[in-house]
Design a protein around this ligand. Structure first.
Ligand SMILES: [Zn+2]
Length: 143
């Protein structure tokens, strides 16, 4: 069911809702239809969610976060115990893979929520669809 478009969208609430895998608009519908596949529309409020352009940003932020968690731990363990390399491999490889897999969906949801809150891409109801070949370009619309 369609809804009224608010003049302001709360970025913090949208970020939190997206992080929790919920629709940034209503906070109730599921944002994802699969692990990293964003649903086309919210099943509860009908908000179009297919406009997101998360692209590589979730992977970038997950690498940034996991790196800031794991690298200090590796340095601390190496400094304190100087274990063999295989111990490092056994310790850090599962942690890196596990943290990355756990964080990817919430981070992607937060990015989609952020884009929605800031009317980015197609999330602006007043915007001309990006994939419409007959739509006037931005410069043409301003004339
Ligand atoms: Zn919704």
């Amino acid at each position: 069911m369609p809804h009224a478009v608010p003049a302001h969208r709360d970025p913090r609430a949208a970020l939190q809702r997206g992080f929790l895998g919920r629709c940034p608009n209503c906070g109730e519908g599921r944002l994802f239809r699969a692990y990293l596949k964003v649903a086309d529309h919210c099943p509860v409020c009908g908000e179009a969610l297919h406009h997101h352009r998360a692209d590589d940003a979730p992977a970038y932020f997950v690498i940034l976060i996991v790196g800031h968690i794991v690298v200090p731990l590796v340095l601390a363990v190496e400094t304190a115990f100087a274990p063999a390399y295989w111990v490092h491999l056994v310790l850090w490889f599962p942690l890196i893979v596990g943290l990355s897999l756990v964080l990817l969906q919430p981070v992607k949801g937060a990015i989609v929520g952020w884009q929605w809150a800031h009317f980015m891409h197609g999330f602006d109801p007043a915007a001309v669809p990006e994939d419409d070949p007959f739509a006037p370009r931005a410069a043409e619309r301003e004339r």
